[in-house]
Design a protein around this ligand. Structure first.
Ligand code: FAD
Length: 465
C-alpha cells in the first residue's frame, strides 16, 4: 500500500473540498485531496461536445455570491453577462404562447395580482428565516410539516398563480416535486439566496458566466495543490478515533483518521473533511460506525433530479425575432430555458431544464424520442427553428456514480427541523463540507466555497490549539 501522512485528508475534489484544502495549506497545514473521478470539479464540468463548449454542470454567478466572486478574482477569472435583450416567452396551460418583459408572467390580471401577493408574503416569511439556522425559527417544526404544494394551496385558489410560484423552488431549484419537501425547506432555499424575489429575478440569479467555464475554479484550485490531489482514488473506508459527537458523545481525545482509497492508497491524518454530496456519505464504510443521530440524518437527505439540455444552432435565431431566449412554463417538459451562447462563439446556444417527474417521463423513452420531445418543447417557446440544432447534449448527472442526481440535496418532510442543526457538526476528527449544507449559497458553488472556508478555519483553529 501507498501510505501517506498529512495533517488533513480531504475526500472529494469539488469546489468545496478544494477550497478547504487550499485554505488549510495556506494556514500552514499539510493536505491531500482524494478524488474518486479521473477529473476534479465534481458538479462543475466544462466540456467540448462536437466542437461546442458546454457547461455540463454549474455555470451561473449571481451578484450576491461574494465567496465565489472573490474566488474568481483571486484566480484571475473573468465573467461575462448572460444575453438577455428582448422579450421573454411564457406558455400557459392551454398552450398559448405570450411574449413579455419584466418578471411577472403574462397571465390574467387577477392571477398576476395573486402572484405579486404571494411573492410579497414569501419575502416577508423568508426575511424571518436565518439561512444558517432555519430550525431555530419559532415555527420551524410547523413549517417543516407542511409540503410546499400544500402550503401554496392553502394560500390561494388560483391554480396558475400557485403553479408559477411553486416552480421557482420546485422545478427550478430543489428539482423535486412540490409535494416532496416542506415549506421550511423552501424558505431556506430562498433565504440562502437573499429573498424569494431574487429567485423570481432571472437577471439576478442567472447573471454572469465565467470565461473558459466555471470548472476553471476547481481546476485552478487543484493546480495550486499539485501532487496533493490524487485522482481515481475513491475513498472506500474511513477509520477514525476519538471525540465522537452529535449524540454519540464519547469525549476521548481525537487521535485522527486513516482513509483507504482505490489504488492501494492509505492516508493517515489528524482530521478528515468529507466533501461529498450527502447522498454519497453512505458509500464510505465509517469505522466505527457514525453515531445514531448522524446515521439517521444522512438518510433523510436526497438529491433532486434535473436534465440540463444544450442545443447549439448556426445562429442565435431567436435574437432576430426580438427574443431574449428566456422562457418559462410550469406546463411544458422544459420548464425554463435561456440563451446560453458561449462567449465569442458566433453560434447560438439554448439551455433548457427538465425536472423531477418530467425527467422520469422522458428518461423512460428511447434517446431519439426523448430528444424529439425536448426539442418540441423548445420549439413551443422559440418556433420550429429550434427543432434542428447542430449540437444537442443532455447532462445526465443521476447516472453519474459519484453524484447521482442534480443539482443538490434537500431534506424530506420534517427532516430539516429534526436534523438540520447537526448536519455540519463534526464527528470526532471528521468534518463535513459541501454546497448541500451551506447557509448562504445553499445548493450553489458559492455555498460550496463558503463551507469549504468555514470548515478549514474550524480545523485550523483546532490544530493550533
Ligand atoms: P461536488 O462538486 O459534488 O464534489 C464532490 C466530489 O467528491 C466530486 O468530485 C466527486 O467525484 C467526489 N467523490 C464522491 N465520492 C467520493 C469518494 N468516496 N471518494 C473520493 N471522492 C469522492 N451552482 C451554481 O452556483 N450555479 C449554477 O448555475 C449551477 N447549475 C448547476 C447545474 C447542474 C446540472 C448541476 C449538477 C449543478 C449546478 N449547480 C450550480 C450546483 C453546483 O454545481 C454544486 O452545488 C457545487 O458544484 C457542489 O460542489 P461540492 O464541492 O459541494 O460537491
Amino acid at each position: 500500500a501507498n501510505r501517506i501522512e498529512r495533517d488533513v485528508v480531504i475526500i472529494g475534489a469539488g469546489a468545496s473540498g478544494l477550497t478547504a484544502a487550499n485554505a488549510l495549506r495556506d494556514a500552514g497545514h499539510s493536505v491531500v485531496v482524494l478524488e474518486a473521478r479521473d477529473r476534479v470539479g465534481g458538479r462543475l464540468w466544462t466540456r467540448e461536445i462536437d466542437g461546442a463548449t458546454l457547461e455540463i454542470g454549474g455555470q451561473w454567478v449571481s451578484p450576491d455570491q461574494d465567496a465565489l466572486i472573490d474566488t474568481l478574482a483571486e484566480l484571475g477569472l473573468e465573467t461575462y453577462s448572460r444575453y438577455r435583450e428582448g422579450d421573454s416567452v411564457y406558455v400557459a396551460a392551454d398552450g398559448t404562447r405570450t411574449r413579455f418583459t419584466g418578471e411577472i408572467f403574462p397571465v390574467a390580471p387577477e392571477t398576476a395580482a395573486e402572484i405579486e401577493r404571494l411573492i410579497a408574503l414569501l419575502d416577508g416569511l423568508v426575511a424571518e428565516v436565518d439561512p444558517a439556522a432555519p430550525w431555530d425559527h419559532p415555527r420551524a417544526a410547523e413549517y417543516d410539516q407542511v409540503s410546499w404544494k400544500q402550503w401554496l394551496s392553502e394560500q390561494t385558489d388560483d391554480v396558475e398563480a400557485r403553479d408559477n410560484i411553486a416552480l421557482y423552488i420546485a422545478e427550478a431549484m430543489l428539482t423535486k416535486p412540490s409535494h416532496a419537501f416542506s415549506l421550511l425547506q423552501a424558505l431556506l432555499m430562498a433565504a440562502s439566496a437573499g429573498s424569494f424575489s431574487h429567485l423570481v429575478d432571472a437577471d439576478f440569479i442567472l447573471d454572469k458566466r465565467v470565461v473558459g467555464g466555471l470548472q476553471q475554479v476547481p481546476l485552478k484550485l487543484a493546480e495550486r495543490l499539485g501532487d496533493d490531489v490524487i485522482l481515481n482514488a475513491a475513498v472506500r473506508r474511513l477509520e477514525w478515533t476519538g471525540g465522537a459527537d452529535a449524540s454519540g458523545a464519547d469525549g476521548t481525545p481525537i487521535q485522527g483518521v486513516v482513509a483507504y482509497a482505490d489504488g492501494g492508497i492509505e492516508v493517515a491524518a489528524k482530521r478528515a473533511i468529507v466533501a461529498l454530496p450527502p447522498n454519497l456519505f453512505e458509500r464510505i464504510d465509517f469505522q466505527p460506525a457514525l453515531p445514531r443521530l448522524v446515521q439517521q440524518a444522512h438518510q433523510h437527505l436526497s438529491l433532486g433530479l434535473v436534465i440540463k439540455v444544450h442545443a447549439v444552432y448556426a445562429t442565435p435565431f431567436w435574437r432576430e425575432q426580438g427574443l431574449s431566449g428566456t422562457a418559462f412554463s410550469p406546463y411544458r417538459i422544459v420548464h425554463e430555458a435561456y440563451d446560453n451562447s458561449y462567449d465569442g462563439d458566433p453560434r447560438g446556444t439554448l439551455v433548457g431544464f427538465v425536472s423531477d417527474q418530467k425527467a422520469d417521463d422522458v428518461f423512460s423513452l428511447p434517446a431519439e424520442e426523448r430528444k424529439a420531445r425536448i426539442l418540441a418543447s423548445l420549439a413551443d417557446y422559440y418556433g420550429p427553428e429550434a427543432l434542428s440544432p447542430e449540437v444537442y447534449f443532455e447532462s445526465d448527472w443521476a447516472a453519474e456514480e459519484w453524484t447521482r442526481g442534480a443539482y443538490a440535496a434537500s431534506y424530506d418532510l420534517g427532516g430539516l427541523s429534526r436534523y438540520g442543526a447537526h448536519q455540519t457538526t463534526p464527528v470526532g476528527p471528521i468534518h463535513w463540507s459541501c454546497s448541500d449544507f451551506a447557509p448562504e449559497g445553499y445548493q450553489h458553488v458559492d455555498g460550496a466555497i463558503r463551507l469549504g472556508r468555514t470548515t478549514a478555519a474550524a480545523i485550523a483553529e483546532q490544530l493550533r490549539g
